[in-house]
Design a protein around this ligand. Sequence first.
Ligand code: ARG
Length: 475
Amino acid sequence: MTEEDRGGSPADGRSAPLWHGRFGEAPAAELWAFTISLPFDKRLALDDLRGSRAHVRGLERAELLSAAETAAILDGLDQVEVEFTSGTFAFAPTDEDVHTAVERRVTELAGPAGAKLHTGRSRNDQVATDLRMYTKRELLDIAVRVTALQQVLFDRAREAGETYLPGYTHLQRAQPVLLAHHLLAHGWALARDVDRLLDARRRTDVSPLGAGALAGSSLPLDPAFTARELGFARVFDNSLDAVSDRDFVAESLFCLSLLGVHLSRIAEEVVIWASDEVAFLRLDDRYSTGSSMMPQKKNPDIAELTRAKAARLIGHLTGLLAMLKGLPLSYNRDLQEDKEPFFDAIDQVRLALSAMSGLLATVRFDRRRMQEAADSPYLAATDLAEWLVRRGTPFRDAHALVGSLVRDSLERNIDLTELVAAHPALGDEAAALCAPGVAVTRRTTRGAGGPVEVARQLQKFQQQLESQSGRLRET
Ligand code: ARG
């Protein structure tokens, strides 16, 4: 927001903030510039209007507003909504935050009744209410977008058929697995993210409205009524807790951070797989970038930025926790600092999800490169040891025997398959395990990376997507 949008500062002496009564002088320009939150909490305008409507109905119900006054304020709120959604809302220099901007404008529109809008309410319960409504909506939206990314992974996994590649530990080739298995591994991590987001949302679903500044009210207000009006599942139990609790922001930031970490791990693999050295995939032109100097370059910038966004999200989470840790009850202005990191986290995760979804939907996997890398006979070493185990050799001895053949093969530069075929304890039947494409088919236990189990897993993942979508629709 520019200085112009904000309309300067009340220090100009043109008008006074809403709390002017107690003060003899207008706030200093430096105080104003430092303390206002309007530039970022404008984002809560529609939630603030919703909260205000519920509050007004509660005031009418408590006979603190007449029907005519209620109608005048509700009309004013409708008009403010039109101004916000059409972008014509004019901010005043005294608008400290979105709450004061709305109240000031409603009062201009509704006449004397407007002066009753803030009865029994504080910005402390108001901002907590607005932010919880915002959080509920955004967490659900992020969960829907995560599900869309999981669908991309699922589609790519299904398309991948029986394509296999080396599975790695320590970034060293370990045992072959299907590409589908690898892609779904990320899909399951994202499933936990969706579960976590919805879980955090459930704990966010508590209305703080009616807690007032910190201690409730002497007026006959009914927090349960406004909670119902606003679609909250529950009402606060303790007014001090209601205005000072930002657990829901911390938890949301954790969910977003861990989601960011999962996206970052996918992104890191994209970077590695896109390298000329590995070349397991090629990025689509639309989802990669070039170099201003080197004409041959095709860079995985989306993946790299996704990695970096995770760092930023973690920073937001730790910053918020540090801000909260020293706060006495109840509201303290420090709490205003919850919004920028949180809003940024929501924005960045949303951007990363759509960029990574597009990238993964369009990437071309190089089946030949992957399979060639997995066809090295060394990747069948575990299968050779297990072949011996089935014939009665203790695993430790089998491991040592195959290990010594691997060493021999490397030192003497002889194909492992030949050594296996020639070994008296192994022979041709065991050597057949080293043939291309064989070892992957032998990963047959539950949840394993071979074709039979992956087919079952694909079904299970599809069910997961269906039940997840059902849960999202019902939320
Ligand atoms: N803008 C504040 C916030 O975001 C809400 C206002 C509460 N201010 C106050 N002085 N009690 O937390």
